[in-house]
Design a protein around this ligand. Structure first.
Ligand code: AVJ
Ligand code: FE
Length: 426
């Protein structure tokens, strides 16, 4: 993204302002509580963000002495499952805030003194970019925790911009090779690399994500009661979990959004569905989910030059006119709200609004190399994960681009997950 130290400091500051917003919005009791066994207490995310920053920027890049080596194990995500974290002797809210501030002071001092061409870890500001993205990713996770907490609203934001009914139907993506992944984006994470050519046969992709109204038709047609639409595994999960609608939907067309009960917007993308629900809807609609390569080709391939771009609209960073990102709004925007963010072929809202499930499992790109640590991506390759693309309204622009890859278990839906469909050309 940038090798400019002032810009790096600004990005670190922006991430911290968001963390503060999410953790100052509730009182201390609320911070240490667990709102769902799927999530950490917010105070764990807070200190974990500081601990990762200490490990990478203060100790590794800076070569400085540890501030709190004694707490490393508490904030190692691999040592304790989320459901077990509330019982740990965690830093209390005041200690956690003090800790992250102390780490940040040292990290900024390291940034001041480091040479950004010294070694691969810092080239292009990578380690700093990794830590910015890590904090923003946890901020999105904390936003999902906010969506799960009981009680009244504590977050607010203006509603997203209005939609445009004319965005509908499918777009033909011509067959042929395109470049997937990147070698040149300085802040791209290891799983986005390297750039490699993939031949993608022609296919059709929905011009927009599947809306609440379209998903409602699936429900009204008995979609949740007909095993024909579901994979065997999906049906077993639907039965066991008692799924009947997306998470947070209420009777009579209402939905719970961050402590407010509001009418569902029929023209906004459906959110809080799991992979199995997305797959069942697609089959019912006579379609399928796109593969990850199809999604990325639709998002990045420029038919005029044959080049792959950073975003559907080009290489410019996302502005408010392009996409619903960065928690500027607390809901997905209606379809057609971002004409300036469409791809050259007319595919809308690939970036922002909702993470989009793909049919692909999570694997390394051909030629993948761990960088800088196996626990970010590699240990998840080949596991029970499906890839999601494009980012949501809760994803910061710093952690979102056409190559960015997210992944989760196919049953998860507390994340801001939706989908669009694709179809073979026949
Ligand atoms: C890429 C969103 C799946 O939250 O588990 C945060 C990001 N990695 N800390 C996650 C991450 C380490 C990761 N996801
Ligand atoms: Fe983390």
């Amino acid at each position: 993204m940038t090798t400019d130290k002032n810009q790096i400091a600004t990005e670190l500051e922006r991430a911290r302002a968001r963390t503060a917003l999410l953790t100052d919005a509730v009182d201390d009791d609320d911070l240490v509580q667990q709102h769902s066994p799927l999530m950490s207490p917010l105070v764990w995310d807070l200190a974990h963000v500081g601990n990762q920053e200490e490990l990478w920027l203060v100790r590794d890049v800076g070569g400085r002495d540890p501030l709190r080596q004694d707490i490393d194990h508490l904030y190692d995500a691999f040592q304790h499952a989320r459901r077990d974290r509330p019982a740990l002797p965690l830093l209390d809210p005041a200690e956690a805030r003090k800790y992250v501030a102390q780490v940040r002071d040292k990290a900024l001092d390291v940034l001041d003194r480091v040479r950004l061409d010294e070694r691969p870890l810092v080239t292009g500001g990578f380690a700093f970019g990794m830590i910015v993205q890590h904090e923003q990713q946890h901020d999105e996770t904390m936003l999902a925790t906010h969506q799960l907490r009981a009680g009244g609203p504590v977050l607010s934001a203006p509603p997203p911009p209005a939609g445009n009914r004319r965005v509908r139907g499918e777009v033909l993506i011509p067959g042929g090779p395109f470049t997937m992944g990147t070698d040149t984006d300085p802040w791209a994470l290891d799983n986005e690399r390297p750039a490699h050519v993939v031949d993608v046969p022609a296919f059709l992709i929905d011009a927009a994500p599947v809306t609440n109204a379209a998903y409602r038709e699936f429900i009204d047609a008995g979609g949740y009661d007909n095993p024909d639409w579901w994979s065997p595994r999906g049906w077993a999960h639907r039965q066991e979990a008692g799924l009947t609608a997306p998470m947070h939907w209420l009777p009579d067309g209402f939905v719970r959004q961050f402590g407010r009960i509001v009418p569902l917007d029929p023209s906004a993308p459906v959110v809080h569905v799991c992979f199995h629900e997305a797959e069942a809807y697609a089959k019912w609609a006579g379609k399928r989910l796109p593969t990850e390569a199809e999604w990325e080709k639709a998002a990045r391939w420029d038919p005029e030059t044959g080049r792959s771009r950073r975003f559907p609209w080009g290489d410019d960073p996302p502005g408010p006119e392009h996409a619903n990102l960065g928690q500027r709004h607390l809901a997905p925007a209606p379809v057609g709200a971002y004409p300036a963010g469409a791809s050259p072929l007319g595919v809308h809202q690939l970036i922002g609004d909702v993470w989009e499930w793909t049919s692909s499992g999570f694997h390394g790109h051909p030629g993948f190399r761990v960088f800088p640590y196996a626990e970010y991506s590699e240990v998840f390759f080949g596991g029970d994960y499906k890839v999601l693309r494009g980012g949501s309204f809760g994803t910061d622009p710093a952690a979102c681009r056409g190559t960015f890859r997210n992944w989760d278990h196919p049953i998860r839906r507390q994340i801001f997950s939706g989908f669009r469909c694709a179809r073979d050309l026949r």
